[in-house]
Design a protein around this ligand. Sequence first.
Ligand code: CA
Ligand code: CA
Ligand code: CA
Ligand code: CA
Length: 593
Amino acid sequence: MCISRLSQGEKRILKKLAPFLLTAILVVSIVPMVINIQMVKADTITVPDDYSTIQEAINNANAGDTIFVRAGTYYVDSVDVSKSVMLLGENKETTIIDGAGNYVLYPTVDNVTISGFTVRGGGWGIAIGTSNNLISDNIVVGGFMGGIMIDSGTGNVVASNEIAYTANTWSALFIEWASGNTLVGNILHDNKPNGIWLLLSPNNTLTGNVVTNQNFGWLWGSGIYLIDSGGCTLRNNILTGNAMNFGVTQSYLQDVDTSNLVDGKPIVYLVNASNLTVRADAGYVAAVDCKNITIQNLGLKNNRQGIVLYETDNTTIVGNTIENNWEGIFTVEGSSGLRVFHNNFVGNAYPCPMRVSEPWDNGYPSGGNYWGGASDQRGYNGTDLYSGPFQNETGSDGVGDTPYLDPYEMRFRIDRYPLMKSYRGLIDVGVVDLSAYPSVVRQGLGLNVSCKVVNYGIEPAIFNATFEANETTLTSFTDILVESRSSTVLEFVWNTSSVDVGNYTITVYLKTLENESDTSDNSLSVYAAVSNLVGDINSDGKVDMRDVSYVARRFLCLQSDPLWDPNADIDGDSRIDMKDIGTVARHFGEHYP
Ligand SMILES: [Ca+2]
Ligand SMILES: [Ca+2]
Ligand SMILES: [Ca+2]
Ligand SMILES: [Ca+2]
């Protein structure tokens, strides 16, 4: 290690890590010392001065020697670090080992130090299968399998390396079948797709690693993922801008504190906790062997899981937005007494388990959760025409008329009362289904405007509504009562006699209720046009065969006739005849606009 080359920031990190590094440094220095006493004095071999290649230098070194590599680019297939040496680059930016093999650098003995290089290309930059090695202060870029791998071995320290732009099927910094290793102060970015994974590797320590920008589309790219790797200790890791920042699976007993951040929010990883409400700024929540935990009003986004529950009883999960996670709420069997309602699940690959023992809702009228709309591949796409606890009474209520079933096989009922819009509070009215008919009305005729207003709250609401066309008020409704979990229709006819020909935006505005949190659905607009097309009987903006046949069907009708339509009597002579058909024919093909 060349401390003098470190920046202030790196020195600070190193200070924090002193205990770990000390161990590692002691190991790499004491062991060779012991050997040296028995053999020869440690030498420094310089590449290319003493040997032109790094491999030759290693082959001719003794354990405990330092191999100093001058700045330059060294093209290799692979370098087998078969002696317990310190392999030191002159300058990590300019001392470049450019490899072609599956492992560019691979220690095959214990107690190797590799520091101060750019290692680029090849499969893995540095692959370790031995123990007590120190890999520090390198830049590892562009490996087609990953950056640094520990495959078995213990006591290894991987510190202050930058790992970037690798392609990997597992991860850029990968540990498998290995315990008791330390990853500290590494910076990973832009590795495709994953950052740090531990597979079947318990009891490792991850401190102060920064993993950013592993994000290659929806749920593709991860920060730190612990797979069947229990007993790990995580401190001060910063995971930002990854498609899935953090996740745990298969082994859940971990020591992860709130100094670990996902997109700037603390990871809350509870073990053996009880009777508490999770802090309001949490970005990821796990509860292991816990009781009576409340998880409410959190934004849990862009992680492997939003919430993990393991052997945890009586959990209340309410009012959270759980978005773009692989698993939304991941419950491992053994957790009971779970209450889940008024949450918004959006864009998760697996928002819920396939089966739940109790429905994830709060009964009627309080309702269940929002599961995303039709554009969400796991979303709820039912309709809302009915209301009531059995959803068989006429009228919309903001609750889907059919249950939300498991989105995988559509067999098991998850939520009896799925919400039709994202949950944003208990005081909320919203306008849906604004329509204007016909969409191109002939000047002088009436335009039918109607909309539905839903009360999503569980208290009655009294609201005011105003309709405007291009910011001119058309009409207002005041003090309209709509009962809880029900809806009302507002409708009127806009007389266009004195309205200019042109395009209009018709907008309905609902006045915000006191304490209404979601005002985004308090207005809605629809387009309509007023035309001067003579002969456009059906007001669809063009004079065509439909208008001809419409008039023809009423041929020789008088006002007393059931089929009589004043629109078809274009010349207003109280009979629909050849003159009217002739007028349509003369204007045939005209359109608006
Ligand atoms: Ca309904
Ligand atoms: Ca509203
Ligand atoms: Ca027409
Ligand atoms: Ca006529």
